[in-house]
Design a binder for this molecule. Sequence first.
Ligand code: 13P
Ligand code: ZN
Length: 278
Amino acid sequence: MSLINLHEGVALVAARGAALGAFNVTCWEMAPAIIAAAEAADFPVVLQAQWPFLEYAGAPVATRFLTDLAEQAKVPVVLQVDHAKTWEQVMACLRHGFSSVMIDASHHPINDNIGLVRQVVKAAHPMGVTVESELGRLSGSEGDVVVDEAEASFTDPREAAYFVEETGVDALAVSVGTVHGPYRGEPKLDFPRLEKISQETSVPLVLHGASGLSPATLQQGVTLGVGKVNFSTELREAWLGAMRRELASDAADTLPCIRSAQAAVQKVVAEKITILKC
Ligand code: 13P
Ligand code: ZN
């Protein structure tokens, strides 16, 4: 099918009141399982690579592998890097063929965040590559992004409007009560804040830290302006759970273990796509 950018992907599903699921690839074999779930659902998907995976796998080879998978998929696929933190990381992804990049400069003061995002937008847009960035900070841990509760902050709707206007970004990751990693207790989202941010900005919002959210919470988010939803923890839990079961059964070969883990990830991705299709 085709490798598309995030703007094209969101437009495809927003027309039917749905949102795109973005699923983190944290090892090679996870990627085909994510594509298989999207093909079975006949729904576009975001294949999302964390920088630590790209660094481990070697960005040029890993990107070639992921773009090949995306181009051969039977559904449109957005290939995005997740939480890239530096100009150099983003440039590597642009050079190797990503169709979308996330530059997460949310740890910087707002004007520095704007400066870096604006620079990335200027480099990416002429190549047809879309840009997601983040304002506000989620607590928890995701790859090499680790934020304690004391450092976390919610997104301010007025600031979000200014940020989107100043940067020209295509999608905005917001902090409205979700966390990266497992939740302690019931997740509590600030829906009025999400709605206000959506009213103040003209771009699709991105919900990070979506593992552990109920179907009703996810669907309410989509109704209020979320166009992309990020999942990672539940995929890794499914992968590791299946691996542990295989290893406990005295597995003597690698492929059956990998196949079980892929099936477990595919099941999680299929469930999330069903929820986001609304
Ligand atoms: P979870 O790991 O909490 O699902 O968050 C995923 C995410 O936000 C990836 O950027
Ligand atoms: Zn995230």
